[in-house]
Design a protein around this ligand. Sequence first.
Ligand code: AP5
Ligand code: MG
Length: 188
Amino acid sequence: MKYLVLFGPPGSGKGTQSENIIAKYGYGHISTGDVLRAEMKNETELGKIAKDYIEKGQLVPDSLIIDMLAKTLDNFTDAKGIIFDGFPRTTAQAVALKKMLAARGGDVTVMLNLIVEEQELIARLLKRGETSGRSDDNLETIQKRLDTYNSQTAPVIDFYKAEGKLANIKGVGTIDDIFERISIEIEK
Ligand code: AP5
Ligand code: MG
């Protein structure tokens, strides 16, 4: 089974490109952000805790995310592959993922790292904020999400680089062109 880590800062196109990967390759998809938003909508205990962090542009604590991921992973035993979208976001999460996959006899196949400069990210997220209804798509929270990304999440790139799994993808241009670059990496 292939395990893809689809990585990049807020607004880099993880969700958009996940849809293309699902359509072409039929992989399962785990977006920790989507799972958390569903928990918030259903007003679960986890959702109530997550809301405070998400609205401040901070990461939800690792222990909660890792437990949540472990439960979600069990839904995908028959998939040809799994896309991890927005996870891992800390080195501790990357280490936990490695352990979870090893227990299933697997490992991350590749980290697809979408590279997009900050002005473009902000422009995309502000535009999305006009219609998304996401409580974190406003300028103040977008800035905090970018800071959180730079300080806590970007170091995950080094983790996968050291594992020989890093594939940098130019994340600007048309959605189709970016998907073409991603497909080449998936089929390597
Ligand atoms: P999450 O939901 O993962 O949000 P994010 O990482 O901030 O990323 P986004 O979903 O905003 O962007 P994206 O990369 O998916 O881009 P998209 O395709 O939508 O996380 C939200 C929060 O949950 C976090 O802040 C944190 O609090 C918490 N959380 C989640 N996971 C966690 C974890 N593992 N640990 C701890 N906390 C966690 O594209 C963006 C926009 O750009 C769209 O409007 C799209 O149409 C447009 N677009 C896409 N591609 C292009 C293109 N090529 N050209 C022009 N526009 C484009
Ligand atoms: Mg997303």
